[in-house]
Design a protein around this ligand. Structure first.
Ligand code: SAM
Ligand code: SF4
Length: 379
């Protein structure tokens, strides 16, 4: 029988800076656990999120503090070869079927193109996507495509310079828009756009943002603000819920169920048609789709297929894990691929059943915001 008690392993050392409170060695999973990244609740992780850096050139209020964070040292961060090896183990030994590169901001890594080329050389058919803030993407999109990147997600919370600058604390809207267009032109589509709505700042703009994305053939996804900001300013009462997002969009649009299988995707997708303001009914053809990622109010933990590796090579089984397990340290000690795969499996076996946020109230009594902010995990 699988163990069902505490997920805690033995604490090896305390992580510094923005890292979580305990870096532990996971307890060994039970003998006979199948190959692959299974957990004790029967979920198998096949979707790998790999953070390339904790650094970023924006300071989004829902993610980073204004002054930034204490960055990891260069030595602490996985090298290109280490990344390529870890992905190889994930894909070849553990059944990872798709990879998302993230950060921090992946574009700030000077060797980004080489990293993608290295992964692609090993895995000709692996879908490799990247989440980026888009700053500098206009100059790199073609090279990223040539190196083997499949697709891109760009974060874009507002089309108004002032609002964008307020949210990101940097006046870079034009650069992001140039990046989105360049990604499309380079063949990195379908381009998905991520937007986090903040009450009183960009929530009222949501229908205009959707109109803009639909007009260009981009797929917009609204992400509920999660309690992963370094400033710890999140409150359940103040966040914009998925229900509110649907309501905001209904000013101009009718959302219909997307007939495609959700297939473990974090976003619930809707087909979008225009709303006839006189009748309130849907009118005209389907214009495209919109996604809503309701991690807080409509969590999808029971169908989660994600495994996460932070920039310094820690395994996190969940964005909200308070436990993380060291993979890079073991690799640097000279571990074999089998030993690394086994550590990864042990770490995933104890993945929490759910993140524990109460979607009906002000947060479950036992929910504690993780020490790491989103940028330090890799969202
Ligand atoms: N820097 C890149 C970017 O912004 O796209 C990649 C890393 S960022 C951490 C990945 C995604 O996480 C972005 O779409 C961002 O909007 C989202 N994100 C960051 N903090 C968040 C929070 N507290 N709640 C919800 N989404 C968040
Ligand atoms: Fe940087 Fe992305 Fe976090 Fe914004 S959301 S501060 S762009 S890591």
């Amino acid at each position: 029988m699988p163990p069902s008690g505490s997920a805690a392993g033995s604490t090896e050392s305390s992580a510094a800076g923005s890292a979580a409170s305990g870096v532990a060695v996971p307890p060994p999973r039970p003998a006979g656990t199948p190959a692959g990244l299974w957990d004790r609740y029967g979920r198998r992780a096949t979707d790998m999120r790999l953070s390339l850096t904790d650094k970023c050139n924006l300071r989004c209020t829902y993610c980073m503090p204004a002054e930034g964070l204490e960055w990891l040292s260069k030595q602490a961060v996985m090298t290109k070869d280490e990344i390529v090896r870890i992905v190889r183990i994930g894909v070849n030994a553990l059944g990872v079927r798709e990879l998302r590169l993230t950060g921090g901001e992946p574009l700030v890594r000077a060797d980004l193109v080489d990293i993608i080329a290295g992964i692609r050389a090993d895995h000709p058919d692996l879908p490799i996507s990247m989440t980026t803030n888009g700053v500098g993407l206009d100059k790199k999109a073609a090279a990223l495509k040539a190196a083997g990147l499949t697709r891109i997600n760009v974060s874009l919370d507002s089309l108004h310079e002032e609002t964008f600058t307020k949210l990101t604390r940097r006046p870079f809207l034009d650069r992001v828009l140039a990046g989105v267009d360049a990604a499309w032109a380079a063949g990195l589509g379908p381009v998905k756009l991520n937007a986090v709505l903040m009450r009183g700042i960009n929530d009222a703009e949501s229908p205009d943002l959707l109109e803009w994305a639909l007009g260009r053939g981009y797929e917009l996804r609204f992400i509920e603000q999660m309690p992963l900001d370094a400033d710890h300013g999140w409150t359940r009462r103040n966040m914009i819920t998925a229900a509110e997002i649907r309501e905001l969009l209904s000013r101009d649009f009718m959302l219909g169920t997307d007939p495609r299988e959700r297939d473990g995707a974090p976003a619930e997708r809707f087909e979008v048609r225009r709303r006839d303001t006189a009748t309130g009914e849907a009118t005209g053809p389907v214009l495209g789709t919109v996604g809503i990622i309701a991690s807080v109010t409509e969590p999808f933990c029971s169908d989660c297929r994600r495994t996460r590796i932070t920039a310094e090579g820690k395994i996190m089984s969940c964005l909200f894990s308070r436990e993380e397990f060291d993979l890079l340290g073991l690799l640097r000690e000279g571990a074999t691929d089998d030993q690394l795969a086994s550590r990864w499996q042990d770490a995933m076996w104890v993945k929490p059943k759910a993140h524990g946020m109460d979607h009906t109230g002000l947060g479950a009594a036992d929910f504690v915001q993780p020490d790491r902010s989103m940028s330090a995990i890799g969202g």
